[in-house]
Design a protein around this ligand. Sequence first.
Ligand code: GRF
Length: 205
Amino acid sequence: MTDRIPIAVLASGSGTNLGAILEAASQPGYPARVAVIISDRPGCGALQRAEAAGVPGRVVSWPGASERDAFTAELCDVADAHGAEIMVLAGFMRILAPVAIRRFPNRILNIHPALLPAFPGAHAVADALAHGVKVSGVTVHVVDEEVDHGPIVFQEAVPVLPGDTEETLHARIQAVEHTAYPMVIDAFARGLVTVDGRIVTWVGA
Ligand code: GRF
């Protein structure tokens, strides 16, 4: 299929979400293809998955917070160079500068391991456990200029079970992520999701 929507996946870690996206994209009829995988961490699991899948993997090294604009512009340049129409953050541990939102308006997705707006930030699972919530979950949202803040596209609850640790809860959350993210990307790539301010509408829903 040649008319699939090219996407860039940005990842810093093991890349299990990336793996789920690659698996979905390998299926006939999936409307998106992974055009490039971009990471700030040479040798990370996500880049190893890129190599195994035969997808271009590119490193954009983190130059320090004072260079966030240039770093972000370089990420966008790499995504553009591979024709990416959507940027998908999958465990990307750097905060993008506003230039990314200007260049990919409403075209950047992120997945977060909690029910936003509860527990934003890099320690969402631990924070939810420490707070004693009985339900946490998964959020997929459009990226805006604030961290873990943009319009919410999809959420699914995951119960917190007695005796849960950060590891056991995160594992159940990730199992949900691995179904949710490919599904949301599918809908996005088909144009079935519209974003108007904070309001996200699923066409036909
Ligand atoms: C996921 O839990 C995601 O919600 C968060 O970072 C984690 C990335 O995991 N943003 P992986 O690298 O996809 O395994």
